[in-house]
Design a protein around this ligand. Structure first.
Ligand code: TSJ
Length: 642
């Protein structure tokens, strides 16, 4: 297909789509899968699996398998009806071929339409095909096994019958193209977590995931008859619930439906996960707003009506969500995803639907379960009192220390520039690295905050304790935007917050803690893309007077070959940096801090959520999940004092 190929095709009799060649995908892969980093690589799997899940939602598929094969190819199978193979009158080609070779205009990230359950199938298949070194599809249908093969989107084997079968279903195997991705190594944990999420969201569907790359296969078969109720139980698995039941609410209006499951634990964090058409909406939107408003209203109404809340002692939204674990899942045919990352649901009528469902059913639930209602309300009132006391204490502390007038912590070496958009805050672990960073930085716009020692266990702390914590309060004061519901991005003093820590166990520890802290108490910071991880080099290569650095093993080998040139016997000295502290100030500036030469990795909400999850497991009260996690992740295990 040439670059100019543009075909117009009728879809479902009404939806006109402009179709273009798959070259567009290889030209700008980020437009179609978000990025070419690990996240984009994993996205390929979701695009394929989503098709099988649509088949399950349409009622035709009960089992899905996902396998990571040796060499990092992926196989997805289902027992659905099988992709149609008949020749389409409009194109003169088998539907199967069209699914894999024709791009539907504007991918998910290009602002195009969104597929709905039972609607447009195969939307992502051509994108995955274009970005695969090779891809093979087999369809079991009409008693035959149909097979077709591709390479980088081009057909290498037209549709062929390769055998007989007595079942129906689809099987796709693809090898991501190394020319297109920064990395082609799949992370089992990431896929496992995502598939588990999909299994929770589609009650009764069985999804198996297997990693066949190691000596022995690992994997899990997941099926949850209880759907999102079981999802809540799972999320609370290393917490202590304060009431037995998971509260479940559901309702529908027209084509739209909403389901909510929730349960409170004895902690202080809010854990809310929301989905629209089984797609996670980390930035929330109308469904979350509807839930929050209704929850606050129901609790206050119940409290006033039953004499638990007296006078003006109303509880706030944040009070009502202390210690809550809630899953909100909505389905709708015209989902509008908003925000830069299309992570926020915009349809206003969904707010009304969720609000109504929660108002009616939670009120009824409380009337039928007064003991549970009392426990929940008392928790919210306790949160309210603590917050009030904390606010007073904070005001006093501010007056005493003169923080109001802009006093900055000792541990901060600030920059001269005052415009937050130009300012960077490096959070540096350890004394010696902080020393080099202070000397090596460009003090016009780079500030350094040194952090060390074990941080507070945020899991067990309420907002008031966090302000009082001697490790975190310098950070909060230096950043200037406050925390929790008070967090104000306008007051932030730096628009780049850069975590600079070693690539070792302690570095991973501090990164996990900081990301968890940002995720819980300054989430908009991550949503705005203000948080980064510095990427220090791993190796220093020296040949005579020439010095270069490498950030990975592959790069080390490549640079060493370049430096050697045609001269096989020349000595190239390779030194492994053990930590930031080993670099002198010039090296640190040149490799890690100079905006012209450094690499920064932007932290996504997904990264932060994963940190939060690891944190929960490592700091939680339950021993089993921690043991399991450490066993599974032995090679990256974070050595933490627990
Ligand atoms: F992504 C993909 F297209 F490659 C893909 C699609 C991959 C995998 C693993 C499965 C699927 C897929 C597609 N599973 N099931 C289906 N079903 C259909 O495409 C289908 C089947 C029958 C009918 C019908 O109206 O008879 C309609 C459709 C859309």
């Amino acid at each position: 297909m040439s670059d100019e190929t543009k075909v117009t095709q009728e879809y479902g009799g009404e939806q006109i789509q402009v179709l273009e060649g798959l070259e567009a995908v290889r030209m700008r892969p980020g437009m179609y899968i978000g990025s070419t980093s690990a996240s984009g690589l994993h996205h390929l799997v979701y695009e394929i699996v989503d098709n099988s899940i649509d088949e399950a939602l349409a009622g035709y598929c009960k089992n899905i398998t996902v396998t990571i094969n040796p060499g990092n190819s992926i196989t997805v199978t289902d027992d659905g009806r099988g992709i149609p193979v008949d020749v389409q009158p409009q194109t003169g080609k088998p539907a199967l071929e069209v699914v894999f070779t024709v791009l539907h205009a504007g991918g998910k990230f290009g602002g195009g339409g969104y597929k709905v359950a039972g609607g447009l199938h195969g939307v992502g298949a051509s994108v995955v095909n274009a970005l695969s070194q090779w891809l093979r599809v087999r369809v079991h249908k009409n008693g035959n096994i149909y097979e077709m093969k591709f390479s980088r989107g081009d057909i290498t084997q037209p549709m062929t019958i390769v055998g007989k079968t007595d079942r129906t279903g689809t099987e796709v195997t693809f090898q991501p193209d190394p020319e297109m991705f920064d990395t082609t190594e799949y992370d089992y944990e990431i896929l496992h977590t995502r598939m588990r999420e999909k299994a929770f969201l589609t009650a009764g569907l069985t999804i198996s995931i297997t990693d066949d790359r190691g000596e022995a296969p690992i994997g899990e078969t997941m099926c949850y008859e209880g759907g999102i109720r079981e999802f809540v139980t799972f999320c609370n698995r290393n917490k202590t619930p304060i009431h037995n039941d998971v509260i479940y609410m559901a309702g529908a209006k027209g084509d739209a439906s909403a389901e909510i499951a929730m349960q409170y634990n004895d902690g202080y964090n809010e854990f809310l996960l929301s989905f629209a058409n089984e797609v996670n909406t980390p930035e929330g939107g109308m469904h979350e707003t509807g839930f929050k408003t209704a929850l606050t209203r129901v609790l206050n109404n119940y409290g006033v009506k039953n004499g638990i809340i007296k006078g003006d002692d109303k509880v706030s939204g944040e009070d009502c969500r202390e210690g809550i674990t809630a899953i909100i899942s909505v389905k709708l045919t015209d989902a509008q995803f908003e925000g830069q990352t299309k992570a926020k649901l915009g349809n206003a009528y969904i707010r009304t639907l969720v609000d109504q469902v929660v108002s009616d059913q939670l009120t009824t639930y409380f009337e039928e379960h007064p003991a549970t209602a009392k426990i929940i309300l008392e928790k919210a009132m306790m949160a309210n009192r603590a917050r009030e006391a904390a606010r007073k204490a904070r005001e006093n502390a501010r007056r005493k220390t003169g923080l109001e007038s802009g006093g900055m912590p000792d541990k901060l070496q600030d920059c001269n520039e005052k415009d937050p958009a130009l300012c960077e805050l490096y959070i540096v672990e350890g004394d010696s690295a902080a020393g080099s960073a202070i000397q090596g930085r460009d003090s016009r716009f780079q500030a350094i905050l040194a952090m060390w020692g074990k941080m507070l266990n945020v899991e067990k702390a309420r907002v008031d304790k966090i302000y009082g914590n001697d490790k975190l309060s310098p950070l909060i004061i230096a950043m200037g935007g406050g925390i929790g519901e008070e967090f104000d991005i306008e007051k932030l003093r730096y628009h780049k917050i850069i975590i600079m820590s070693d690539a070792d166990v302690d570095g991973a520890h501090i990164r996990t803690l900081l990301l968890t802290f940002f995720f819980r108490y300054m989430r908009p910071l991550i949503e705005h893309g203000f948080v980064y991880s510095a990427v220090p080099p791993l190796y220093k290569l020296t040949r005579g007077k020439t010095v270069r650095v490498a950030y990975s093993d592959e790069q080390r080998d490549q640079i060493s070959a370049e430096m050697r040139g045609d001269n096989p016997n020349v000595k190239i000295e390779i030194q492994r940096y053990k930590g930031l502290g080993e670099m002198n100030k010039e090296e640190l500036w040149e490799t890690t801090m100079d905006p012209e030469r450094r690499t920064l990795r932007r932290i996504t909400l997904d990264d932060a959520r994963r940190a939060d999850e690891i944190f929960n497991i490592l700091m939680g009260e339950q021993v089993e999940p921690r043991k399991e996690w450490i066993e599974r992740n032995a090679k990256y295990a974070i050595n933490i004092d627990i």
